[in-house]
Design a protein around this ligand. Structure first.
Ligand SMILES: CC/C=C\C/C=C\C/C=C\CCC/C=C/C(=O)SCCNC(=O)CCNC(=O)[C@H](O)C(C)(C)COP(=O)(O)OP(=O)(O)OC[C@H]1O[C@@H](n2cnc3c(N)ncnc32)[C@H](O)[C@@H]1OP(=O)(O)O
Length: 298
């Protein structure tokens, strides 16, 4: 197999990104690595490889420990997706994880703890943009879910076209457990996969499905042993790419149109709700307790 790194992507991962710092009033330009709260540097957090023979890229999420979606990380993913989309030879992307037993633990909760209004607003807008990009991309997208896939993690997997998961992990929307509510566009994309009632009760309870239940419901498409997830994702991608790209993409656009129209008309209101809701003292308290409970379980 001929693998090469995407030079362009590597460049973009070290790029300057204009984002407000957590406790500053106005945006400043800094290398994104300065802003990362992760144990990994920005350059290490996202690795892209491209296989010329299959015309498939792999986007490896490696923001340790749990691929928490910080503003910088979401920005990196978004830039990488755009570059891949513009790379004419690239037909598909597999999203995989370099974190042990975790595909993605969702939003980096630190982004919502005592945030500045400026950063909070950019954070949410960037997340909305990344979701729309992934949900509508011309590329065939496959999520290789080798571990837990929670809330914002499920945002990524449910925006893809196909999902392969390892057994004995959890997937779903648990936002209510943090005292927050998943945005309507994320709920819609899960509802598109598992239907109204399963979405409603799991959302209200913050229930996370086992891999096996997720397979039964259609939240994932295959469950295979952990060490075979990426291989299976590659095999499934090859099968999907036998369908002509433009017909596949037009079919996807047709099926996702209502969700996209609803998103576009509601995104401004959704942004306002998010930036007003998160700083509330009661929400801050619940988020804080949740983070403490994560730390104290050790
Ligand atoms: C009326 C209202 C209307 C509208 C509402 C308005 C707005 C909507 C508002 C918000 C919508 C947000 C939508 C999306 C939200 C999210 O994604 S929130 C995140 C949800 N995710 C989780 O709850 C997962 C939490 N993590 C875990 O359960 C576990 O960590 C794990 C199962 C993923 C992995 O377990 P372990 O392998 O045992 O690892 P640890 O638990 O020890 O974790 C290691 C390390 O990482 C820290 N951490 C874990 N998850 C996160 C995270 N999401 N963000 C930041 N940090 C995280 C954890 O605390 C450990 O830290 P240390 O102790 O090592 O410092």
């Amino acid at each position: 197999m001929t693998m090469r790194s995407f030079g362009l992507i590597r460049q973009c991962c070290n790029a300057l990104v204009r984002v407000p710092l957590a406790r500053e009033k106005s945006p400043v330009s800094l290398p994104i690595s300065h802003l990362s709260r992760s144990l990994t540097t920005a350059a290490e957090a996202l690795k892209i490889t491209y296989d010329e023979k299959s015309e498939v890229a792999t986007m490896h999420l490696c923001r340790k420990p749990v691929n928490g979606l910080s503003l910088e990380f979401i920005t990196q993913i978004s830039i990488a997706l755009e570059k891949l989309e513009n790379e004419r030879s690239c037909r598909g992307v597999i999203i995989s994880s370099g974190c042990d037993n975790v595909f993605c633990a969702g939003l980096d909760i630190n982004e919502m703890l005592r945030p500045t209004p400026e950063r909070l607003e950019i954070f949410w807008k960037t997340l909305q943009d990344m979701w729309l990009q992934l949900f509508t991309t011309r590329l065939m997208t496959v999520a290789a879910i080798t571990g837990h896939c929670i809330a914002g993690g499920c945002l990524i997997s449910s925006a893809c076209d196909h999902r392969v998961m390892a057994p004995n992990f959890k997937i779903g929307l648990n936002e209510v457990k943090l005292g927050i509510v998943a945005p309507f566009w994320l709920v819609d994309s899960v509802k598109n996969l598992i239907g109204y009632r399963q979405t409603e009760w799991s959302l209200m309870k913050g229930h996370l499905f086992s891999s096996e239940d997720a397979l039964r419901l259609g939240l994932v498409d295959k469950v295979v042993p952990q060490d075979q997830v990426v291989l299976q994702a590659e095999a499934d991608m090859a099968e999907w790419l036998q369908v002509p790209d433009s017909a596949r993409h037009l079919s996807k656009t047709l099926m996702r149109r209502d969700t996209v129209v609803r998103f576009r008309s509601g995104r401004e209101a959704d942004l306002k709700t998010f930036v007003n809701y998160i700083p509330k003292e009661s929400i801050q308290k619940t988020l804080h307790s949740y983070v403490e409970s994560l730390k104290s379980k050790k």
